[in-house]
Design a protein around this ligand. Sequence first.
Ligand SMILES: COc1nc2nc(N)nc(N)c2nc1C
Length: 308
Amino acid sequence: AATEAASLRPQLLQWGKQYYDADAPQVEDATYDRVYARLVALETAFPAIVTPDSPTQRVGGTTRGDLPKVTHEIPMLSLGDVFSIDELKEFDERLRSNVDEAFDYNCELKIDGLAISLRYENGEFVQGSTRGNGQIGEDITANLKTIDSIPQTLSRPLTIDVRGECYMPKAAFLALNERREAAGQAPFANPRNAAAGSLRQLNTQVTADRQLATFMYNIADYEPLNTRTQSGLLDELAELGFTTNPTYQVAHNMTDVAAYIDQYQGKRADLPYGIDGIVIKANPLPLQRSLGATVKVPRWAIAYKFPP
Ligand SMILES: COc1nc2nc(N)nc(N)c2nc1C
């Protein structure tokens, strides 16, 4: 067991560096997850063989060594995932059993990019960062300033942290890979890696040439806003100057949610940007705040992932 575990660790560490630090995974997520699970099983069965440098002893994503670090005052969360309508219904039933008020969901497309946080002080863009491990991300302010859809000044002098997704449109991705292959460089595997590789750059001019875009969808603290719903939040973010995704729909029940899923599973190939599912969020913002989050994911939202 110790020998097998010792052979798995360098493999996982190398794959992990490729994924997190080079934004160019060498293996499918499923392969990484399978090998990682094997190592966890061995170390659980034989705790004596765990080594401090084992990938099982490290928190999620690493951040790129050379970019400055940013600590998120309010952690950037990821999302719980479900892969079937039945699981989605279980999420809904569990949530409604814990909440005594009736509430709607807001359905949104799950943009396949990388999460960013934008800090504004008195309406001026002062800092932008990646999620990193949720607590500590990388300062990519200079790179984000090259993205047209990110406003330098808001229509109101607010001090807020806005969260959303930075992505590379499909057309830009195809054109970039053509240029890379013409120049004898390895193409990016998918638009998400291309966006991550383009954003986590030390050379801002590289970022500027990559035609990145954003859809903003969340705010770290709801106080400064007038709206009381997630759907209203998207409208208010648009009024402030952000680009938001207009495809959101308020759903009263899981029948409406299932219809939204069918609608956009059918449109997925025709969208000019990549999506890997939909996200449903409790629409009342006070309910989101009272439900809060676990260590890693909000209790008031779930992602439904489309089959690959
Ligand atoms: C509340 O947290 C989130 N909300 C999201 N919403 C949409 N539409 N797309 C995402 N990728 C997304 N990701 C996260 C972590």
